[in-house]
Design a protein around this ligand. Structure first.
Ligand SMILES: [Mn+2]
Length: 334
């Protein structure tokens, strides 16, 4: 990985750049975009940087965006771009209407990420700055600042911390490299509590209801002693899946089947991930969505997939995949 060569174009030739987040940007994606824009403008103060967030921002990202405002462009632009940077985007489908812009553009294309990249995005980007051991896209952007020997202001340090805390579950998933980035970003100031407060959002009543209804509809399965909880909700899928793991499920599968379109959000406990080495992204979500023409992938203990025009039983398909990876048949638990 040639972090020091970023942005892979002579900075004096860098006139217009576009930074792209994945659809429905989360805190990590938004803050990585915010900080990358700052970095590019430090490398060339004349550069015009547009940021796009397909389908807008998630709720926590929206709150963080109030503290770190960015001019976000709505309409796809592609004339005269010299550089396109995607942040936190492991699958090309997550770029939505901007995917065409990336494909058509003659710009230098750089992916900055911590997801295992799907071929769909791997093949359209020129340079991949990806470390799946990094906690977050923001940790990768912090490495870029270091490699370029560019200093950041206190807003950027807080934005990078926000992305790192958000994706590492407040450092529960942090590696030593994450802690060292956090140490560097704090630089002796007590800003962690301020950033944590930024990420504290009282849970919406509709989200609480979705979680409780999801718990009510829960079906429980056993595979080789592992408990798999399956439920359905119309929104707040990830929130419910996380809650089911907190309740004690080893794996949570939350489904949302609308007309022909199906979506599944998967979470597993860290113990399940460590003992079985089953990677929910590359072992489950990615192969199923690929075989069904959908979009899917993710991390070892957190993954999701969306499949349009889906006609089978997604719960059954996910349970089958888990069963074969665990090496044990799945039985409903009474
Ligand atoms: Mn991320």
């Amino acid at each position: 990985m040639r972090l020091g060569s970023f942005p892979f174009i002579k900075t004096d030739r860098l006139g217009r750049a576009l930074i792209l987040c994945h659809r429905h940007a989360d805190v990590d994606a938004y803050c990585a975009a915010y900080s990358t824009r700052f970095l590019l403008r430090k490398l060339n103060p004349q550069v015009k940087v547009a940021v796009a967030c397909p389908e807008g921002l998630g709720v926590p990202a929206e709150k963080v965006a109030e503290r770190f405002p960015l001019p976000v462009v709505q309409q796809p632009i592609d004339n005269g771009l010299d550089l396109i940077v995607t942040v936190d985007t492991g699958h090309a489908g997550l770029l939505k209407e901007w995917l065409d812009v990336v494909k058509r553009s003659e710009a230098v294309k750089v992916a900055v990420d911590h997801h295992p990249l799907d071929d769909s995005i791997r093949t359209i980007m020129d340079y991949l700055l990806v470390d799946t051991n990094a906690s977050s896209a923001c940790e990768m952007v912090h490495r870029l600042f270091k490699a370029k020997k560019v200093t950041y202001d206190s807003k950027v340090s807080k934005a990078l911390l926000a992305g790192i805390l958000y994706d590492s579950q407040h450092l529960r998933l942090a590696r030593c490299s994450t802690i060292s980035a956090v140490h560097d970003l704090c630089a002796g100031r007590d800003i962690l509590s301020e950033v944590k407060a930024m990420l504290q959002i009282p849970r919406d009543r509709s989200e609480v209801i979705a979680r409780l209804k999801g718990a009510q509809r829960l079906k429980l399965y056993d595979a080789g002693g592992w408990l798999i909880a399956v439920s359905r909700v119309g929104s707040f899928h990830a929130s419910l899946a996380r809650a089911l793991v907190v309740l004690g499920a080893d794996v949570a599968v939350v489904l949302d089947e609308k007309k022909q379109d199906a979506r599944a959000t998967l979470r597993s406990s860290e113990v399940f991930g460590a003992k079985t080495s089953i990677h929910l992204g590359t072992d489950i979500a990615s192969p199923i969505s690929k075989s069904e023409g959908g979009i899917g992938g993710g991390h070892p203990t957190a993954a999701s997939m969306t499949i349009e025009s889906y006609r089978r039983d997604l719960a059954e398909q996910v349970l089958e995949a888990l069963s074969s990876k665990i090496g044990s048949i799945v039985k409903p638990l009474r």
